[in-house]
Design a binder for this molecule. Structure first.
Ligand code: DLL
Length: 466
């Protein structure tokens, strides 16, 4: 098979043209027009019918590629008795088998690639919690499309050519740092590749370089805000106006906290390495869900237990099929992320469906004495309690035959023992009334719980193994 490196496709399926003039506010844009991304391509507002036709064409090509070049996927299709020709409409995709994270692990490291390893120009990997990492690869063309989609995502979130973007997502095998980095450059903005860690130095850079936009996990953004306050650096007085936060679940309460402490508008960005990395979906100014870029991905919602496709608007597990990936085409990838899709045209005019805020992963769901609960639900309940700070950890334990749920949190500001006790009681009542669970709450001193350096660790599981 050919390991050719396709140029990125434009969203209408034609070859890309560069040179769209930026709608820039003089004099901030210094980049030459040919290097600046046209930040809302027509494909984002194309009719649903045209989008469906484009998806069908690209889906047929992707199925062909996966079937012909990825032996494990072909074997799955053969076992199910389907082949690419069976896909005549988008609905026919439901006939095809799912792809799972375990498929990537089983084919470690490169067994699901549709091109020879020498046809890839970049690899990323996620460590996962157990066993082998999952490895993902990109052709030159895949990287170009990723940069385009990240640029579109940043633009939809409110970033503009000429902005200074402080990128505190981790660089390395994680897709966050390098994925966002390429998008900022593609947009024609200036990227500061800060990565994670060295938080004191980062807040100085945020101030000295006068960042307009901060990209980070929400938990690390909170760490930055806190360190800035401690160091007497007022980021609210500067040009910083936008945060593009993702890579982990976060709540509306955390959005309010970050907006107030950093003086910004906070937008949500979603992605996963198996599908591409950051930039699969993003919030626009309407902030009513995250536009999933449907010219490059096809989204379905299925029942997490049975895998049956759920009707429009139902909540379930997000399943994603890539439509233009060459190195690692993914057919019906089970993300484990729980959400619903909104297909009504958005107030911003974009026609691409919206993925509503991810409440959690089906494999992160805690079942405590028969009650299903996601860590992000606990966060949402906590941040609304007056006097509670945004730092918390969930502690799972065991008493007799029952699992127990504990919460450790810090108050918003130092307080005496009586105030700590009152805060603990308020949290107990709130969790009981919102989630229906009895919890043991411990209020710690301000500054004693671990601070996030990237993706926050929210759950300490002290239950005996096995
Ligand atoms: O976290 C990619 C990314 C980087 C997204 C930077 C956004 C910003 P993975 O490490 O493969 O990739 O983790 C993917 O993280 O399946 C979700 O469970 C979770 N996740 C990602 N974004 C969000 C979000 C990157 N906005 C996994 N809200 C996904 C909730 C998110 N969960």
């Amino acid at each position: 098979m050919s390991a050719s490196r396709p140029r990125p496709l434009k969203s209408d399926g034609k070859m890309p043209h560069v040179g769209a003039a930026p709608r820039a506010r003089a004099p901030r844009v210094a980049a030459s027009p040919s290097r600046v991304y046209r930040f809302q391509p027509a494909s984002e507002t194309m009719s649903r019918d045209a989008l469906a036709a484009l998806q069908l064409r690209r889906l047929q090509a992707t199925l062909r590629l996966a079937y012909d070049q990825v032996a494990p996927y072909r074997a799955k299709c053969q076992a199910t008795g389907v082949q690419p020709e069976d896909l005549r409409s988008l609905d026919d995709l439901a006939l095809f088998p799912f792809s799972l994270k375990s498929d990537l692990r089983d084919a470690y490291p490169f067994g699901l690639f549709a091109v020879p390893r020498s046809g890839t120009v970049r690899l990323h990997a996620s460590s996962g919690t157990t066993g082998r990492p999952t490895v993902v690869g990109y052709t030159q063309g895949d990287l170009a499309i990723w940069a385009d989609l990240m640029a579109r995502s940043l633009a939809a979130a409110g970033a503009r050519p000429g902005d200074l973007v402080h990128n505190a997502y981790g660089y390395g095998l994680f897709t966050g740092g390098l994925g966002v980095h390429a998008g900022v450059e593609r947009l024609g903005a200036t990227v500061v590749p800060a990565s994670g860690g060295g938080t004191e130095r980062q807040v100085v850079l945020l101030q000295d370089f006068a960042a307009d936009v901060l990209c980070a996990t929400p938990s690390y953004a909170l760490n930055l805000a806190e360190v800035a306050e401690r160091e007497g650096i007022d980021l609210r007085g500067g040009p910083l106006r936008l945060g593009v936060f993702g890579a982990e679940p976060w709540s509306e309460g955390m959005r309010a906290e970050l907006s107030a402490r950093l003086g910004i508008v906070a937008r949500d960005i979603y992605g996963l390495s198996e599908i591409m990395g950051p930039g699969v979906a993003v919030e626009c100014a309407a902030a009513e869900g995250l536009h999933g870029w449907e010219d490059h991905f096809l989204f379905e919602i299925v029942d997490p237990e049975t895998g049956a496709r759920l009707p429009n608007g139902a909540t379930g597990e997000l399943v994603i099929t890539t439509l233009t990936k060459q190195a690692l085409p993914m057919i019906r990838y089970r993300t484990r992320d729980i959400t619903r899709l909104e297909t009504r045209v958005c107030a911003c005019g974009r026609t691409h469906a919206r993925i509503m805020r991810i409440t959690g992963r089906s494999d992160d769901m805690l079942i405590i004495r028969g009650v299903n609960v996601y860590p992000s639900q606990i966060e949402a309940a906590l941040v609304a309690v007056p006097g509670a700070g945004p730092h918390y950890q969930i502690v799972l334990g065991h008493a007799g035959a029952l699992d127990t749920l504990g919460i450790e949190l810090e108050p918003a500001s130092p307080c005496d023992a009586a105030a700590q006790e009152a805060l603990a009681q308020a949290v107990v009542h709130r969790i009981k009334s919102l989630i229906g669970l009895s919890v043991a709450v411990v209020v710690r001193e301000v500054g004693t719980l671990p601070r996030s350096q990237g993706k926050a660790v929210r759950v300490r599981d002290l239950r005996p193994r096995g």
